[in-house]
Design a protein around this ligand. Structure first.
Ligand code: FAD
Length: 465
């Protein structure tokens, strides 16, 4: 690879190249490397990191790599949870962290344009200073970059009201695997309607760095809500709690987040944090976060939700608009995964139609009994996304692991669901794609990949093989 390093130096400068394995490793792993080591593939050796500063540098690297058929992995913040940014072929890792400018906040069009390496927390900080507008996307790790969020079509808890990244992105600049630079979505995407041609932008969104390198993106902003409140509603059992979810939405109440948690799990998590979960009754809780344009609306919607839930044998409802109490509730909810992280072997993010969540979690309970193991779950119930956490057994991957997750995916698909709602396929789920798609569908996807990337050099082995 010494010839490659020399060439890269001429493009990005000597100071922007890393070749030593102990430095390269930082850029060739994602979240799974340290946190899910039993299922995560090991990053290969022999990669060179190029820290790029401009779209032109990326284009030049891609032209060279395509000509020489060298594999390239685009890398954001490495917070991905499906090993999509883990390099498995010696080649070039393009680190995008230096392309970190917020280019424009456009108040008139309610849009923000960022370079790909802007971390989410920078957007949050910038928009906190804005008097009226904000960016609502919040996948769990605020270190995630704009390019990574676009390329994984990230979701998060606020998706019920605002949707996922695909619903935010209105334009982008992309470097193709063959090195050409293209603009998608019109003039950096200030258009709210655009029906011209095939929708290439939506192919790039969620393509996990396999079709192009996103260098800039323009995304929607929203008016800041004026009043926010959180409800914890307790039910005797899961079926009652989850049956209330579609009824809340059917009434036209669209919360920012609508989460389902199992009482024993959230109570234990609160204890781990030295706190107390305020809702004492029942076995199943819904956490509903509302963001409204007036205090009156917040009040009225809270009452309406309570009324709906009382038709489903609600046992108790706690309603608060106190910022500190709301922060406390969210902190405990957000700590469920960290509190079990050390025991978790794998992290599934299956999604089923909302009305099927209860059948899906019942199946998880059956599998838990069959394999004699606890299988913690929590659900973004407002959008059908269920996080399932298969555990280790005495620190190792149990021999039934693969069989068990295959059964979980079979049930997901039987219920009309998908094997991933937000995390993506990466390399961890690529061998499960054929469970969800027909041969023809997979063939179309492979053909799309080869039109964009005829030499299969951009993030090979991820998303589709
Ligand atoms: C604690 C925690 C909680 C999380 N919670 C959520 C959640 O609630 N919802 C959710 O959706 N995700 C969640 N994630 C996953 C992760 O944060 C998202 O997938 C995020 O979008 C990844 O962004 P990144 O910049 O870290 O991308 P990386 O991990 O660096 O890369 C991910 C993929 O995108 C590609 N890529 C990166 N940048 C570019 C680019 N500019 N152009 C083309 N391809 C690129 C990479 O090649 C790779 O395939 C969570 C992760 C953690 C650690």
């Amino acid at each position: 690879m010494s010839g490659v390093a020399e060439k890269l130096k001429t493009i990005v400068g000597e100071g922007n190249i890393l070749t030593e394995q102990d430095e390269v490793i930082t850029y060739s792993k994602d979240y799974t490397y340290d946190s899910l080591p039993l299922v995560s593939p090991h990053p290969c050796e022999g990669c060179i990191v190029a820290k790029v500063k401009s779209v032109e540098e990326i284009a030049e690297i891609m032209k060279y790599a395509n000509q020489e058929k060298i594999s390239v992995v685009p890398r954001g913040a490495g917070t991905g949870v499906v090993a999509a940014a883990i390099s498995q072929k010696p080649g070039i890792i393009i680190a995008l962290e230096k392309m970190n400018k917020i280019i424009e906040v456009d108040d008139d069009n309610l849009m923000i344009t960022c370079e790909c390496g802007v971390p989410l927390h920078e957007i949050i900080t910038r928009m906190n200073e804005h008097p009226t507008l904000y960016f609502p996307m919040h996948p769990g790790d605020e270190g995630a970059h704009v390019g990574g969020m676009v390329s994984t079509n990230a979701g998060g808890v606020n998706a019920v009201k605002y949707g996922v990244m695909r619903d935010q992105v209105k334009g982008m600049e992309v470097v193709l695997p063959t090195g050409e630079i293209i603009q998608l979505g019109g003039n950096m995407g200030k258009l709210m309607k655009n029906n011209a041609g095939y929708d290439l932008m939506n192919l790039i969104i969620g393509s996990e760095g396999t079709l192009g390198i996103v260098t800039k993106a323009t995304m929607k902003l929203y008016p800041k809500p004026k009043a926010s409140g959180t409800l914890i509603i307790s039910f005797a059992n899961r079926r009652e709690a989850l049956s209330a979810v579609p009824k809340i939405l059917e009434k036209g109440i669209i919360p920012v987040a609508l989460e389902y948690v199992e009482k024993h799990q959230i109570r234990k998590t609160a204890q781990d944090l030295g706190k107390t979960w305020p809702a004492k009754q029942g076995n199943a809780d819904l956490i509903v976060i509302l963001a409204e344009d007036s205090v009156d609306n917040l009040h009225n919607k809270s009452i309406e939700i309570e009324d709906i839930c009382s038709e489903f044998e609600m046992l108790d409802a706690i309603i608060t608009d106190s910022p500190s109490k709301q922060r406390d509730i969210l902190e405990i909810r957000s700590h469920i995964y960290p509190s079990i992280e050390k025991e978790v072997a794998d992290l599934l993010d299956t999604t089923v139609p909302r009305s099927k969540i209860v059948d899906f979690i019942d199946e998880i309970d059956r599998l838990s009994e069959y394999y004699q193991t606890e299988i913690p779950v929590l659900s973004h119930a407002g959008d059908g996304n269920v996080h399932v956490f298969p555990l280790k057994q005495e620190g190792i991957l149990p021999e039934y692991h693969e069989e068990m997750i295959t059964k979980i995916y079979q049930k997901t698909i039987e219920l009309g669901g998908t094997i991933t709602g937000e995390h993506g396929i990466g390399s961890l789920r690529v061998n499960k794609l054929s469970m969800q798609f027909s041969g023809k569908e997979l063939e179309l996807m492979r053909n799309i990949k080869s039109v964009f990337d005829p030499n299969d050099i951009l993030n090979p082995g991820k998303k589709i093989v």
